[in-house]
Design a protein around this ligand. Structure first.
Ligand code: FA5
Length: 342
C-alpha cells in the first residue's frame, strides 16, 4: 500500500471509529490514536521523508487534507455527543420548580423590645414624649439630687456597680427626672424615660443585675395625685385589658411625697392566689408618687408654683406576668428555644 492509499485508509478508519463512539469519555482515546503525537497520522507523516522529491508535495498536501478532515469530523462528533449528553442530563436531573423553597429564618424583636414598644405606644397616646437619659450616671443624679444622701439607708437597697467614687451604672431611671427637668425648665413636662438599669443584686428568678425600667414624669401647675392614679388606670387598662382591678397602697420613696405602689389583680391566678402573687391575689406594677419638693427644686422648679407626679415600673416583670414566664434569667440567657416563643 503506498502512502496515498494509507492516508485514504486512515481517513476512512478514523471516521468509522468516530461514528462508533457513544460517550464523551471515549473521545480522548480516539484523538490520541489518530491525531495524537504518537498517533497514526504522525507515523505516516514520518514516512514522507522516504519519498522522492516528485511524490512528496502531493503526499504532503493529501496528508494535510486528511488531518483537516479528521479534525473537522472529531469536532462535529464531539459537539454532537456533548449536546446529546446535556439533553439526557437535563431531562433526568430536572429542577422541580414546584418544590417549596428553603426557609430563611428571619430574626425578630426581643420580648423586652416588644414590651418597651407597647409601653411607649400607650404613653404616647396619652401625650407623653420619650426622653432618653444615659445609663452611666453621676452619684449626684442617681442618689443625691433624688434626696438620697450618702448616709441614707435606701442606698443599700439601690446599690450598684461603681465606675469611680462619683460615677455609677444607674440603679433606676429616676436620675433622668433631674436631667429632664433641668433641660425643660420653665416649661411643663410630660415624658417617659425608658432604659436599662443595673443593681448590685442577688440574681434570683425575680431579680436580675440588669433590667429595664420605664419612668414617667409629669410636671405642671395643679398636678395632683388623682392625675397620677388616672394615668396609671388608663395605662393598666390598655396594657393588661379593660376591667382589670387596680389597687393603690401607701409606700415610701425618698424622691416622692406622698409615695404609692400600684398593684393589679393577679392575671395568672385571677386573684385566687398563686406563687407569683405570693398568695395575695395582687401584683405590684409600679412605684410612684408626687415629685418631692426637694427634687422639684433640684430640677429647677419652684415647688410653690409647680407640682408633678412620677412613676417607675419594670419591663421584664410585667412581661413575665403577661406571658407566664417563671424566671427572669431567661431574658438574657440568649437561649433561642426561649426567645423564639415570643
Ligand atoms: C424604683 O426603682 C423607683 N425609682 C421607682 C419610682 C420612680 C418610684 C418614680 C417613685 C417615682 P423599685 O426599686 O421598686 O423602684 O423598682 C421599680 C421596678 O423595677 C420594680 O417594680 C421591678 O419591676 C423593677 N426592678 C427592680 N429591681 C429589679 C431587678 N433586680 N430585676 C428586675 N426588675 C427589677
Amino acid at each position: 500500500m503506498n502512502i496515498l492509499e494509507a492516508l485514504q485508509a486512515l481517513q476512512r478508519d478514523g471516521i468509522a471509529a468516530l461514528e462508533e463512539i457513544r460517550g464523551s469519555g471515549q473521545l480522548p482515546l480516539w484523538y490520541r490514536t489518530y491525531l495524537g503525537r504518537k498517533g497514526r497520522l504522525t507515523q505516516l507523516l514520518r514516512g514522507l521523508g522516504d519519498l522522492s522529491a516528485g511524490e512528496r508535495p502531493l503526499a504532503g498536501k493529501r496528508a494535510n487534507e486528511v488531518k483537516a478532515a479528521l479534525e473537522d469530523a472529531f469536532q462535529a462528533r464531539q459537539e454532537h455527543i456533548k449536546a446529546a449528553e446535556l439533553e439526557v442530563a437535563l431531562s433526568s436531573e430536572q429542577v422541580d420548580v414546584t418544590l417549596p423553597g428553603r426557609p430563611i429564618a428571619p430574626g425578630h424583636l426581643h420580648l423586652v423590645t416588644r414590651t418597651l414598644r407597647r409601653l411607649r405606644e400607650i404613653f404616647a397616646e396619652m401625650g407623653f414624649q420619650v426622653y432618653e437619659a444615659p445609663e452611666v450616671e453621676t452619684d449626684e443624679n442617681n442618689f443625691e439630687l433624688l434626696n438620697i444622701p450618702a448616709y441614707h439607708p435606701a442606698r443599700d437597697m439601690w446599690d450598684t456597680f461603681w465606675i469611680s467614687d462619683e460615677v455609677v451604672l444607674r440603679t433606676h431611671t429616676s436620675p433622668g427626672q433631674i436631667r429632664c427637668m433641668r433641660e425643660s425648665h420653665p416649661h411643663p413636662i410630660r415624658v417617659i424615660l425608658p432604659g436599662k438599669c443595673y443593681r448590685y443584686e442577688q440574681v434570683t428568678p425575680r431579680s436580675e443585675h440588669q433590667f429595664f425600667q420605664v419612668e414617667g414624669l409629669a410636671v405642671g401647675h395643679n398636678i395632683r395625685l388623682t392625675d397620677l392614679i388616672g394615668t396609671m388606670r388608663e395605662f393598666a387598662g390598655k396594657m393588661y385589658g379593660e376591667g382589670r382591678k387596680m389597687r393603690i397602697r401607701g409606700s415610701y420613696f425618698p424622691f416622692t411625697e406622698p409615695s404609692i405602689e400600684v398593684d393589679m389583680d393577679c392575671i395568672l391566678c385571677r386573684s385566687e392566689g398563686c406563687r407569683v402573687c405570693k398568695y395575695t391575689g395582687w401584683l405590684e406594677i409600679a412605684g410612684a408618687g408626687m415629685v418631692h419638693p426637694v427634687v422639684l427644686r433640684n430640677g429647677g422648679y419652684d415647688p410653690e408654683e409647680w407640682s408633678g407626679f412620677a412613676f417607675g415600673m419594670g419591663v421584664e416583670r410585667p412581661a413575665m406576668l403577661q406571658h407566664g414566664i417563671e424566671d427572669i434569667r431567661y431574658f438574657y440567657g440568649n437561649d433561642l428555644r426561649f426567645l423564639r416563643q415570643f
